[in-house]
Design a protein around this ligand. Structure first.
Ligand SMILES: C[S@@+](CC[C@H](N)C(=O)[O-])C[C@H]1O[C@@H](n2cnc3c(N)ncnc32)[C@H](O)[C@@H]1O
Length: 412
């Protein structure tokens, strides 16, 4: 027999057991959720990345530009296996890239790829080759074998601090591109796609009308420079990059000039105001045609360690000094003007908050010569040691644009 006291004790221990049980259950559920999150990160992220590269390569979004198509039609156009293509599109549709169109009840039978149709979604539209803000080229970059070999070899970078791109492919990334023109073309086009997404916010963040000339160092195919020149008809420009990049910039500038010749601020005019110069920024950087100028270095400093970045910056300083000397010789009455340097780059915030630059930073570790995303403090140190003072940092008011403009002038 239980006494009342025993019963009270029993009920206490029952509720204690209950609360222990529910706490164990909650801990287990939390563990389970965390484990699933990691499984999700491991399986999903890599598969989504590969799936997007695959549909970009196959031009599936291009085939859908005029409306929905059946899996069989898409498979025929892309020369793929219908059921496998269906499964790939089903997976991508689950994350908002493509959508299977609604069909009448009972018509969607298993394996009936003639009836299953897919259409573009806003995200899938951006994978079309000719879409405004197309990111197809960027997807193709992530599909390059050389790129993936380096990312798969990330543990080498973590163990040694050296770049896994060179370890996996035998050459530093920009040497590799100089010898592999096809991949270089994909890289340059990917950079152009990415920069196209930023140009309008960059031109609205900064007033370029104070200058007579803009020199874009490592400017790739010149999309930023040509946009600035279009917006400011009095400006002259120099695009400076490695020979293969200048070659592909020339093709792009000329083809834009011929296709858009009826444009008011037409591209012919941009071409006539812009010099395309090939060279190596570790050797020398060209002087500007006018001392009222700015040197832009966008998305370049992040590719290099401090020592190499300092060489680029010091060569830039030399070019600025040469520009000022030439300008002083030309016009003694002209007020002495210091050219400005604009570094357009991602600045790493302190702390643990989510930030896209933390992923770019690891890409830089794997792909480049000890490149990194720098904090504001690190930029101050790098620029000061290279003969510059930071005058101003302009951060983007648009959350999707994570680039800042660091305005620097030669130290006095
Ligand atoms: C990450 S891309 C940035 C391109 C462009 N500024 C943009 O933001 O789209 C780096 C650029 O630096 C150029 N580059 C690399 N090494 C160079 C060198 N030694 N001399 C001149 N340019 C170089 C590459 O060809 C490439 O165009």
């Amino acid at each position: 027999m239980y006494s009342c006291k025993d019963m009270a004790n029993n009920s206490d221990s029952y509720s204690l057991n209950n609360s222990i049980n529910s706490s164990i259950k909650n801990n287990f559920l939390a563990l389970q959720t965390s484990a699933f999150t990691i499984v999700d990160m491991l399986a999903r992220s890599k598969l989504i990345s590969q799936a997007v590269c695959t549909v970009a390569k196959l031009k599936i979004a291009d085939y859908l530009k005029d409306g929905p198509k059946s899996v069989d039609e898409l498979a025929e156009e892309s020369k793929t296996h219908p059921d496998s293509l269906y499964r790939l599109l089903r997976m991508l549709s689950s994350v908002g890239i493509f959508a299977e169109t609604k069909q009448e009840e009972g018509r969607r039978e298993s394996g009936d790829n003639n009836k299953r149709k897919f259409e573009l979604t806003p995200m899938a539209s951006l994978l079309q080759s000719e879409a405004k803000s197309s990111i197809r080229n960027f997807a193709l970059l992530f599909g390059l074998e050389s790129f993936n070999r380096a990312i798969d070899d990330l543990s080498y970078s973590i163990e040694t601090g050296e770049n896994s791109f060179k370890h996996a492919n035998g050459l530093d990334i920009f040497e590799y591109f100089q010898q592999n023109q096809k991949e270089a073309q994909i890289f340059n086009s990917a950079m152009t796609s990415l920069t196209s997404l930023h140009v309008s916010s960059i031109t609205s963040m900064y007033n370029f009308s104070q200058f007579n000339a803009v020199i874009d160092i490592g400017g790739g195919q010149g999309i930023l420079l040509s946009t600035i020149l279009k917006n400011y008809p009095n400006l002259h420009g120099i695009l400076f990059d490695l020979p293969h990049a200048i070659e592909s910039a020339k093709k792009l500038y000329v083809s834009n000039a011929t296709t858009n010749s009826q444009d008011h601020n037409n591209n012919d005019d941009v071409l006539s105001r812009c010099k395309l110069i090939e060279g190596d920024f570790f050797k020398s950087i060209p002087a500007a045609p006018d001392a009222d100028c700015c040197y832009i270095i966008k998305n370049v400093i992040l590719n290099w360690d401090d020592e190499s970045a300092a060489v680029i910056l010091k060569n830039c300083l030399q070019a600025m000094k040469k520009t000022m000397t030439m300008n002083a010789n030309q016009d003694n009455n002209k007020q002495k003007i210091h050219p400005k340097l604009l570094i357009i780059d991602t600045i790493m915030p302190e702390g643990n908050e989510p930030f896209v630059g933390k992923f770019t930073d690891i890409l830089m570790l794997a792909l480049t010569h000890k490149g990194r995303i720098r904090t504001e403090k690190e930029f101050h140190k790098l620029l000061n040691s290279s003969g510059f003072d930071i005058a101003n940092i302009i951060r983007s008011p648009y959350s999707a644009n994570f680039l800042s403009i660091i305005e620097a002038t030669p130290s006095s």
